[in-house]
Design a protein around this ligand. Structure first.
Ligand code: ATP
Length: 242
């Protein structure tokens, strides 16, 4: 579904992504992990066409992201920080985005109702708390029932109830066979959601494996323990999972 081949991106002399090769398939929930600055957002933005890599190819359903931006309608993107016109109300933001996506009228408003944003429709974006802003971003990512979700730190800033609600929604979409790419530093949030892990470090793809495979290789069950084990014993585990 998303194929990335020999992708490299530098900012000046700094190499943010180095020869990345990944094939992401429908039905996978891939957790993109790695330390701060390891290249996760740069990879996501390359898929979205928001960052232009100097080398390599990305195709979505065989269509290159370089020539034609229509592939973006397949993707629901939740950015780390959503930017919206300050003077617009929540209702106006949803109306504007729907107006821009006239190709579909089949809206998924489950999150809007779940987060009770329908009761805050007259509030301006300027007046919203960080968490409520996140709820708007999440609701927009799910609004058009896309085939692919790209979620950058989706639960950051959400209260525990809202975070659970969002996780349940992600799981439901995974069970519906969608492709989900998700970054989070809160590994417990990915427990039970992630089917695969991509681990980036210093712009290198260290591994891309099924969670079950990593659990078997490390002898650990919980995701945070699996990742901690791999980080401590990287070269030995890498041999097992390759
Ligand atoms: N527009 C830019 N100009 C210069 N350097 C950039 C730019 N965008 C990213 N970088 C650098 O590229 C590297 C990778 O950044 P990126 O945002 O992809 O990391 P990340 O893994 O998403 O980090 P985090 O976990 O903190 O969100 C960092 O060193 C960052 O400073």
């Amino acid at each position: 579904m998303i194929k990335i081949e020999h992708l490299s991106k530098s900012f000046g002399k700094f190499a943010a992504l180095k020869d990345i090769n990944v094939h992401m398939r429908q039905g996978q929930a891939i957790s993109l992990l790695g330390p701060n600055g390891s290249g996760k957002t740069t990879l996501i933005k390359s898929i979205l066409g928001l960052v232009i890599p100097e080398k390599g190819n990305i195709t979505i359903n065989g269509q290159s992201v370089k020539r034609d931006w229509s592939y973006r309608s397949l993707i629901g993107y939740m950015p780390q920080i959503g930017h919206y016109p300050d003077n617009m109300t929540i209702d106006q933001v949803f109306a504007l985005i729907k107006e821009m996506r006239k190709d579909t009228h089949d809206y998924d408003e489950e999150l809007i109702r779940g987060f009770q944003l329908n009761k805050l429709g007259n509030k301006t974006m300027r007046s919203l708390s960080g968490g409520t802003r996140q709820k708007v971003s999440a609701s927009l990512a799910f609004l058009f029932s896309p085939s692919v979700y790209i979620l950058d730190e989706p639960t950051a800033g959400l209260d525990p109830v809202s975070s659970e609600l969002l996780k349940e929604k992600i799981l439901k979409e995974r069970e519906a066979g969608k492709l989900i790419l998700i970054t989070s530093h809160v590994l417990s949030d990915l427990e039970g959601i992630a089917s695969h892990i991509i681990y980036l470090q210093d712009g290198d793809l260290r591994f891309y494996s099924a969670v079950e495979e990593l659990q078997a290789a490390t002898g650990e069950e919980k995701l945070n323990k699996v990742i901690a084990h791999i980080m401590k014993n990287e070269s030995r585990v890498a041999k097992t999972i390759q």
